[in-house]
Structures are given as C-alpha cells and as structure tokens.
Design a protein around this ligand. Structure first.
Ligand code: PHE
Length: 454
C-alpha cells in the first residue's frame, strides 16, 4: 500500500463523513419512514437512537479507522484474525446498498431531465412516477447513467472532485431546503402536518417503528459497512474524534429533520381534502418524495427551476453517498483481486449495475415477485439495514468490549483530547448498544419468518 492520503483537518473529515452520511437516507427515506410510522414519536425515537447507540458506533468506527490506518478488512484482521469476516460482511453490505442506491439515483436523474425540460406539469400528474418506474427499460437506462457518474468521479479521485463540490453543494442544499420548507409550511392545512411531525403520539409507536428507526439510524449514519472506518483511517492523530462525531451526527440529523419539514406539512396540505387520500399518502412509502413534492412544486413560482434544482441537489447528496459506498468496495476488491483502480472501478460498476436491475424490475414486470411480502428493492434494503448492519455492529461491540478491550479505543480517542463522555461511551458500547441491537435484530428476524406479529 502506498502512502495513505490524509484529510487536511477537522473540517475535511467532518465534511467527507457528512457527505457520505447525508444522502437519500435523509432526503427520501427519513420523511418516508416518519410519515409511515406515526410522525413525532418516530422522530423522537430516532433522535434518541442517534444520540446514544449511533454516538457509540460512529465513534468506535472512526477510532478503529484512525488506529489502524488501513482498509476495513485488514482493520478487523488486525483486531483479531478470527473476526476478519466482519470486514467482508461490511464490504458485502456496501455493495448491496450500492446496487439499489443506483436504481433510486436513476429515478432522480429522470426527474431532473423532466423538470429542466419544462415538463413540471407532467411530473405532478397522477400516475407519472408509477408509470415511469414500472417500465422495463427507461429506469434501467437512468440507473446505468447514475452508475456511470459514480464511476467517472471515483476514477477522477474522490478528494479533489467530490469534496470540493460538497463544500458548495451542502450549504446550497440547506438553503434550498429551508426555502421549500417555508413555502410548504405556508400552505393551507400545513400546520396539521407540522403537528403530526413534531408532537409525539405514543399510541402510534409500534415495535415495527422501533425497528425502522434503528435501521434508519444505521443507514443514515452509514454505519456497519466500513465507510466510517475507511474515512477514519484518513484522520490525523490530533483531531478530536468525540467532537467530530457530534458534529457529523448533528449535520446528518439536521438535514433529515429539514427534509421532514419539506415533505410532511406539504402532504397534509395537498391531500387533506379527504382523510382517505391523506392516509394513503402517509402510507405511500418509497414514492413519497417523487409523488408529493412535484405536486407542491407546481404551486410555486418558477416551479420548473425550483423542482429541477431540488432534484439536482438530491442527486449530488446521493452521489457523494454512493461514491463512499463504491470507494469502500473498490478499496478492498482492488487489493484482494490485485487490480488497478481503473479496471476495478469498471468491474465494480458493471456488477453493481447488473445486481441492481432486479430491484428496478421489481416495480414493473417483476412486481409479482414478493419475498416475505416485500419487493426486491425493499427486501435488499431490509436485509442490509435491519439484518446485516446491526449484526456487524453487535459483533463489533462484542469484539471490542469483551475480546479485544475497549482501552485500545479509549486510548486512541484520548490521543487528541480529553474524552468527556468516556463513562457514558463505555456503558453504551458494552451493554446498551449490543443489548438493544440484539433485541431488535431477533424480533425483526422472528417477525419476517412469521413467528411473531409486530
Ligand atoms: N448514509 C447514506 C444516506 O443516508 C447512505 C449510505 C450508507 C452511504 C452507507 C454510504 C454508506 O443516504
């Protein structure tokens, strides 16, 4: 391995990790789950998970990365040879997510073309999105285009291209999100939505919602798949990891909350005419952002431009995340298969594209395929977020706490600064995080196989 590049400092690490964390998970998945699982109570639960379990896991991954300075498979091997498989699971998860992430990335590209070609009315029309994703060829072509963008940037080099772009695009995303939120909140009937989003109603809090909130936390913080270990390996020894972790979490959660402000009040405003259509819209799942937002944009001045810019920003947020996923896969495959970066990028891009096609077809010609009641994309999403990532996280907690020794990590964290929440961290990583994750993992498996009804 040649000399490893380093982030220039605190900000470089935070921006890169935030770039990987902020993506479709924040802008598309979070509002979707929050509406589906009862609004305020889900949001509160999510924030609690981020501040506790999320905090302990992000910090652990970043510290492992900085301690060993190497790719994720080798990092686990250096901790304990018998746990090398955890590194391979991480890479597998990254690959699986990459495959379906590119399908959704393709949908976003389609919407960009629709808006910038002046067809915003079309996008707001009933059935437009479903009509598009159920086709066999076009979604796959847009998916291919998204994969090509990824390959292009990864070949160019992540640090110069994407990182600089991130510095401009992330603030732009925040500003635009605030503008859209203000507009959405000023619509008639929006305040009901705001109430639904922010006021917890614990009668709506099912165990399913707990599972979803935990899975979302893993996904959104890019946990359990080696991305933070990889980025942590580029961090200088004088950076305060505890502070950096808090900032990354704040950034990620802030953007997710903002996405909710854009989408949820707008749903209430647009669909409140009948309680049935409102209920349907709240349960719409993955299609929320693609169906509801176009109906909101159409009521705004310059709707084509606003809608187009909005989807363009989602595209960039998604791109910085999928690049992190692709990088994680490539950095391992490259070394294991002895390939050059370029040929490895082509190989990974091609296989990820092929692996994603069934997920795309699952919305159209293969929509009869149902695995435990889920379509192919949802099933892959379920396997990664609710099974493999938590599994990897629990094993990491056990490995660190009971086999290797937490002092390795607390020493690493204390190299740069005082560790204010050390006691809290130790309680989390030894007891709370593994127990909470194991309970949800087991229930999620039992539920999927029909042994319990959540
Ligand atoms: N965190 C990203 C999101 O919220 C998804 C992601 C997961 C990116 C894992 C990289 C690694 O969209």
């Amino acid at each position: 391995m040649g000399k490893r590049k380093m982030f220039s400092g605190h900000l470089g690490f935070i921006l890169a990790t935030a770039g990987s964390a902020v993506g479709l998970g924040n802008l598309w998945r979070f509002p979707t789950l929050a509406t589906k699982y009862g609004g305020g109570s889900f949001v509160l639960l999510y924030i609690i998970f981020v501040a506790t379990i999320g905090f302990s896991l992000v910090l652990t991954e970043a510290a492992i990365g900085r301690k060993f300075h190497c790719n994720v498979v080798d990092a686990y091997r250096k901790i304990n040879r018998k746990f090398t498989f955890l590194g391979y699971i991480a890479v597998l998860v990254a690959f699986l997510i990459l495959s379906y992430y590119c399908v959704i990335g393709g949908w976003i590209l389609k919407f960009i073309t629709v808006y910038f070609s002046g067809n915003e009315l079309l996008a707001a029309g009933d059935g437009f999105f479903d009509g598009f994703i159920s086709k066999a060829t076009w979604p796959v072509l847009f998916q291919a285009l998204f994969v090509l963008f990824n390959m292009f940037v990864v070949m160019l080099g992540v640090q110069n291209g994407v990182e600089r772009l991130n510095k401009v695009l992330m603030p732009a995303l925040i500003i635009l999100s605030i503008i859209v939120s203000i507009f959405a909140l000023s619509m008639d009937g929006a305040l009901e939505g705001l109430k639904y989003y922010l006021v917890p109603d614990f009668s709506k809090l099912s165990f399913r919602a707990v599972l979803a909130a935990l899975g979302q936390m893993f996904f959104s913080l890019s946990l359990g798949m080696g991305v933070t270990i990889t980025y942590g390996s580029y961090v200088r020894k004088d950076i305060d990891l505890e502070k950096a972790t808090k900032k990354i979490e704040l950034f990620d959660t802030g953007i997710a909350l903002l996405a909710g402000f854009m989408v949820i009040p707008a749903i209430f405003a647009v669909f409140s005419s009948s309680s049935e259509s409102l209920e349907n819209a709240l349960q719409a799942g993955s299609t929320l952002v693609f169906i509801t937002l176009p109906k909101v944009f159409i009521k705004m001045p310059f709707s084509g431009w606003i809608g187009g810019t909005f989807f363009l920003l989602i595209f960039f947020a998604a791109l910085t995340s999928s690049i992190a996923l692709m990088e994680t896969v490539i950095s391992t495959w490259k070394e294991k298969l002895h390939l050059k970066r370029k040929s490895c990028t082509i190989l990974v891009g091609l296989i990820a594209f092929l692996a994603g096609i069934p997920a795309s077809l699952g919305y159209g010609i293969w929509d009869s395929v149902s695995i435990f009641g889920m379509n192919i994309l949802d099933f892959t999403d379920f396997c990664t977020n609710q099974l493999l990532m938590p599994l990897g996280a629990v094993m990491t907690c056990i490995l660190v706490s009971y086999i290797w020794g937490t002092w390795h990590l607390t020493d690493e964290i204390k190299k740069s600064s005082a560790f204010h929440r050390e006691k809290w961290y130790l309680i989390l990583i030894k007891y709370i995080t593994p127990v909470a994750v194991v309970i949800t993992l087991i229930s999620s498996i039992l539920n999927t196989f029909g042994m319990i009804q959540l």
